[in-house]
Structure formats: C-alpha cells, structure tokens
Design a protein around this ligand. Structure first.
Ligand code: GAR
Length: 201
C-alpha cells in the first residue's frame, strides 16, 4: 500500500480531489496517511479532520526553513509516507527536505510551466494576455516551481474571462491532473532523461 502525505496551507481543494480519488479507487493501492498544514487556520486541515484523516498543524511562523522542514519530515516519516503531495503548500522546501524523498515529492502549479512561476500564476497569465494557460504537476527540486514535469493540462483563455473565471477553469483541470500524476509516479513505469519524464510503454 502506498502511503501519501499531503502538505497544504489553505483552501485544500486539491487535497479534497486527491482524497476523493483515493476513496473512489482512482488511485489504486494508495491511502492518505497524514495531512499537514503550516497554518492553523487553513480550511483544508479542518476538512481533513472532518474526513477522519490524521491532520497535523506544524506552524512555520518564526522558524528557520530547515528547522520547520525537519519537523514536517519527522511527521511524514512517522506516518511512513512514501509520496509527498504539495497541494497549495505555499512554502519553498529546503534542499535537505527535497533530499529526504528523491523523486517522491510532487507539486501542482496553476500555469503551464515554465511560464508564470511563483505567486498568483493565473493572474500573471491573464495580465500577460496568453490565449492558453493551464496547470502543471511536477517533481519538486531545490528551485521554485522547477522540477521535471509529470502532467500538464491546457486550458483556453476566453475573451469573456476575468482572472477569477480563468482560475476556476484551471482549478477544475488541476483536480484531474493531480490524480493522473500520482498514478504515473506510483506506477513507476517512467524514466527521467534530463528534464524529460518519459513513460515506458
Ligand atoms: C492551487 O491553484 C495550486 O495550484 C496553487 O495554489 C492553489 C491551492 O488551492 N499552488 C501554487 O500556486 C504553488 N506555486 P487549493 O488549496 O484549493 O488546492
């Protein structure tokens, strides 16, 4: 059985999408072992509790990055997590954290990387005037929104959009993309050549 650990900082809709996929059998052989938030008031952590999952708050405020990361990794290892899913976790991981789970940390980002890394990617894309945006699930490395790409989904930008309607259309695809990406990684039938993730036939 694969053991997923979810890290979040806010709303938690990607976490819920993953949890729904696990419950519905769309991620075979996986369970969510722990959900961790760095913010006590994250709605996602309340949802995790309501769903009967192990839910922990490990506050990051006032701590050095690696000090906080060590607490988080201790909790993940305690729950025997073998795949870490960042789901709106608004913290950069220290190199030390990344090294604890080689090719076992995933992140979702609401743009077609390498376009628009960082905060408010949907607003950045809308303001830039792109006609297509989307979302990316990628491995986490030491750089922000940077590791090898696992799944991308494209979303059209409509003339009638504002940044909110665009973000909502991207979010729908995020929820599909994360499950797809977890299945790719758990199936282990891939190799990463340079930056290119190639799935074995
Ligand atoms: C999502 O749109 C996710 O892609 C984004 O934060 C949102 C979290 O929503 N993540 C980033 O921007 C990471 N750079 P959620 O809490 O409802 O899943």
């Amino acid at each position: 059985m694969h053991s997923l650990g979810i890290l979040l900082s806010g709303r938690g809709s990607n976490f819920v999408a993953i949890a729904d996929s696990v419950d519905a059998g769309r991620i075979p052989g996986a369970r969510i072992s722990v959900v961790i938030s760095n913010k006590a008031d994250a709605p996602g952590i309340a949802t995790a509790r309501q769903r009967g999952l192990h839910a922990l708050v490990i506050p990051s405020k006032g701590k050095a990055r690696e000090e906080h990361d060590r607490e988080v990794v201790t909790a993940l290892k305690h729950h025997k997590v073998d795949l870490v899913c960042l789901a709106g976790y608004m913290r950069l991981l220290s190199p030390w954290f990344v090294q604890q789970f080689p090719q076992r940390i995933l992140n979702i980002h609401p743009s077609l990387l390498p376009a628009f890394p960082g905060l408010e990617a949907q607003e950045q894309a809308f303001a830039y005037g792109v006609k297509v945006s989307g979302c990316t699930v990628h491995f986490v490395d030491e750089e922000l929104d940077h590791g090898a790409i696992i799944v991308q989904k494209a979303v059209p930008v409509l003339d009638s959009d504002d940044e909110h309607t665009l973000a909502a259309r991207i979010l729908e695809q995020e929820h599909v993309a994360y499950t797809d990406a977890i299945n790719v990684v758990l199936a282990r039938g891939f190799t990463v050549i340079g930056r290119r993730l190639v799935t074995a036939r």
